[in-house]
Write a protein that binds this ligand. Structure first.
Ligand code: ADP
Length: 311
């Protein structure tokens, strides 16, 4: 549905995008992740026809963003980071206005506005002034204006920024409900948002794509070997030494906090090995107590930091 190839963007001498490529399948929710300044907004603005790229190509629903911008705009709904809402307008009036600007035929406007107000749970506040709404409701109005032309593609720039936890859950639910029918690019720097909402992630840093994968694959791929957490009651120097003699165990690290003689250890397991069976006998032999043994997964946050700070 969306194909981006070798996109570059220069702001004067500064190259904000250094040739990024990725694609988004129909019906997919793609997480677009990167630290501040990575080039997320720049990419989205190019895709929505807000400004041109310096070089490269991009197509949306088969239309070239640079050669057929009007066809592309018809098929895209865009929720910018700061939605320019008219605070003195009532919700339904504003959505009618937005529908008109987007070229929806006059006799269809009423139906479309009614539909997006239902989809975004705005019907109860349709007569309220936008300026009187909570931030969560205002964000729903932003989403409704992006949806009013019934676009195939939705581009959402940091849609949950500044919302409280309850509002965040509501907006995420809304976005998830939109999937399947529509293709969504969701830019965010909130990592749990990606794990919860997106099927695939593109991570960009300093204008370059540094990873493209599912959140699950990213976690296992970058993690490399597995890690185990052990909670053991016993003299920590002896434990550290004893664990290291077991086949298949790499680095062993004791965690800072200990309670009495109980400490936690993170052990790295060498590729293709499974030393779990040998751990318990070793502990029994030394008369230590095994209080916990479980594998530790790297969070997307750990991975993100690892990727972005690699160089
Ligand atoms: P992100 O959305 O990932 O935070 P942006 O796309 O907004 O990143 O910005 C990418 C880089 O381009 C940043 O270093 C930013 O300072 C720079 N930049 C963005 N817009 C402009 C502009 N209009 N003029 C000059 N530099 C810009």
């Amino acid at each position: 549905m969306i194909e981006v190839q070798n996109l570059t963007k220069n702001y004067g001498n500064y190259q904000a995008l250094k040739g990024i490529s990725f694609s988004v399948k129909k019906g997919e929710i793609l997480g677009f992740l990167g630290p501040n300044g990575a080039g997320k907004t720049t990419t989205m603005r190019i895709l929505t026809g807000f400004f041109p790229a310096t070089s490269g190509s991009a197509t949306v629903a088969g239309f070239n963003v640079f050669e057929e911008p009007i066809e592309v705009k018809k098929r895209i709904g865009y929720l910018p980071e700061n939605v320019p809402l008219y605070r003195d307008m009532a919700v339904s009036d504003y959505l009618r206005f937005a529908a008109g600007v987007k070229g929806i035929k006059k006799h269809d406007i009423g139906d479309r506005v009614k539909k997006v107000m239902e989809d975004c749970a705005l019907s109860d506040v349709s007569c309220k002034l936008i300026g009187e709404l909570s931030k969560g409701y205002r964000q729903r109005v932003g989403l409704a204006q992006a949806l009013v032309n019934d676009p195939d593609v939705l581009i959402l720039d940091e849609p949950t920024i500044g919302l409280d936890p309850k509002q965040i859950i509501e907006i995420r639910k809304l976005i998830k409900n939109l999937a399947g029918k529509r293709t969504v690019i969701l830019s965010t720097h909130i990592l749990p948002e990606v794990s919860m909402t997106c099927q695939r992630v593109v991570i960009i840093n300093k204008g370059e794509v540094i990873a493209v994968d599912t959140p699950q694959n990213l976690t296992s791929r970058i993690q490399g070997g597995n890690k185990l957490l052990l909670k053991i009651d016993g003299d920590s120097n002896a434990v550290l030494k004893g664990l290291q003699t077991i086949r298949g165990i790499g680095k062993v690290e004791k965690r800072e906090a200990s309670i009495g003689s109980v400490s936690e250890y993170i052990i790295e397991i060498k590729e293709g090995e499974d030393p779990r069976k040998e751990i318990a006998p070793q502990i029994v032999k030394n008369n230590w107590g095994l209080l916990e043994m479980r594998s530790v997964e790297m969070s997307l946050e750990d991975i993100f930091i690892k990727l972005v700070t690699k160089e």
